[in-house]
Design a protein around this ligand. Structure first.
Ligand SMILES: [Fe+2]
Length: 353
């Protein structure tokens, strides 16, 4: 009994903090996952407040990026630019990433293996072309704006290995979903072209915006996500990344777009908008520079010191990753090793013209 009280003494402040920050799990947080609080609109309230604050921060940061980029991001929910780097710089970067050795985390998601190297400040020093990309002024400004937090993102090299079949369950990232309840961004500079063979990124343009129909859907999903025990259907997700069915998508008036893009294309997406990995028809690889920026959506402020804040976040995230590693390795979801990413043999990533 005493240990239960002590556990609650620690957990109640933790759950309360999650409620006013990025916490999204209906399963692990009984306040977020409370059926009655959600009947009275807790989830929908969080969605609306997070979106209002996001738009205010975007407005205040609007001078840092050209209007064409802002308009595209606000209208569609993503920015897409082909030939982002000049040809020589891209070629050098692709060569460097193909040969780069670092601490690889392999995440097993059904039939897909996602290999990632977290490119923090120290790793970037070993990769001059990557460092140059991370310091690219346009990319820096776009990421600081789109995140609405004025902070450069966390950088990774990501190598998606399709049809590895380590685990014969379907890959959950192939289902259309919103990452969380609030706007936040992920970005990809594609080192390989994307197609049906290696699974192009799928996005639903406009689905990052709030509408009456979307809010009704959020409300319905929040009540569903509160189900406990045997009422939870095994095929669903309880972490707060709501999956959307094709029928609901059409009722909300959305159309899917497949972003099959050439190498050297930059995509920055608001992952509150519905998205997924497209199906890959073949056993294949797809490498990207992957960037992520997620922050407390209820903090109305953004940092006035982008570089220092980014460095602090990198340090915190590096420690958090190490802490998370062991549990995932034990459960068989992750494997770690030091070395190169698995790339197609004898194949140049791009042919220089
Ligand atoms: Fe996602």
């Amino acid at each position: 009994m005493l240990s239960r009280i002590l556990a609650l003494t620690w957990k109640i402040p933790k759950w309360s903090f999650e409620l006013v920050s990025w916490g999204k799990s209906f399963k692990n947080n009984p306040i977020i996952g409370s059926y009655w609080l959600n009947v009275f609109g807790l989830h929908v309230f969080r969605v609306i407040v997070a979106h209002i604050l996001f738009r205010v921060r975007l407005f205040l940061l609007s001078p840092i990026v050209p209007s064409e980029y802002r308009g595209e991001f606000i209208k569609n929910g993503y920015i897409l630019r082909e030939n982002f780097l000049n040809e020589d710089q891209f070629f050098r970067l692709a060569e460097e990433l193909d040969q780069f050795e670092g601490p690889v985390r392999e995440i097993i998601e059904g039939t897909t293996v996602t290999q990632r190297i977290f490119m923090d400040y120290e790793e970037r020093r070993k990769a001059p072309e990557f460092k140059k990309l991370a310091e690219n002024q346009l990319l820096d400004r776009l990421m600081r704006f789109c995140s609405s937090k004025n902070r450069p993102p966390l950088f990774y090299i990501e190598n998606l290995c399709n049809h590895e079949d380590v685990n014969r369950r379907p890959d959950p990232q192939r289902d259309l979903h919103a990452d969380t309840f609030h706007p936040c961004v992920k970005a990809w500079l594609y080192i390989d072209e994307t197609s049906d063979n290696n699974g192009a990124y799928i996005y639903v343009p406009g689905s990052h915006k709030l509408s009456w129909k979307r809010l009704k859907w959020e409300y319905k999903e929040s009540l569903e996500a509160c189900k406990k025990g045997s009422k939870r259907s095994p095929g669903r997700y309880w972490d707060g990344s709501f999956r959307v069915a094709g029928k609901d998508l059409s009722e909300m008036g959305y159309q899917i777009k497949k972003l099959s893009v050439p190498a050297n294309t930059l995509v920055i997406g608001n992952v509150y908008g519905f998205h997924c990995r497209g199906e890959a028809l073949q056993k294949s690889k797809r490498m990207t520079v992957w960037m992520q920026a997620r922050d407390n959506p209820f903090n109305p402020l953004f940092t006035p010191f982008p570089k220092i804040t980014a460095r602090v976040f990198e340090g915190i995230w590096k420690k958090a990753l190490k802490r998370l590693d062991q549990g995932k390795i034990n459960s068989g979801e992750q494997r770690n090793f030091y070395g190169r990413l698995s790339r197609p043999k004898q194949k140049k990533i791009v042919e220089k013209a």
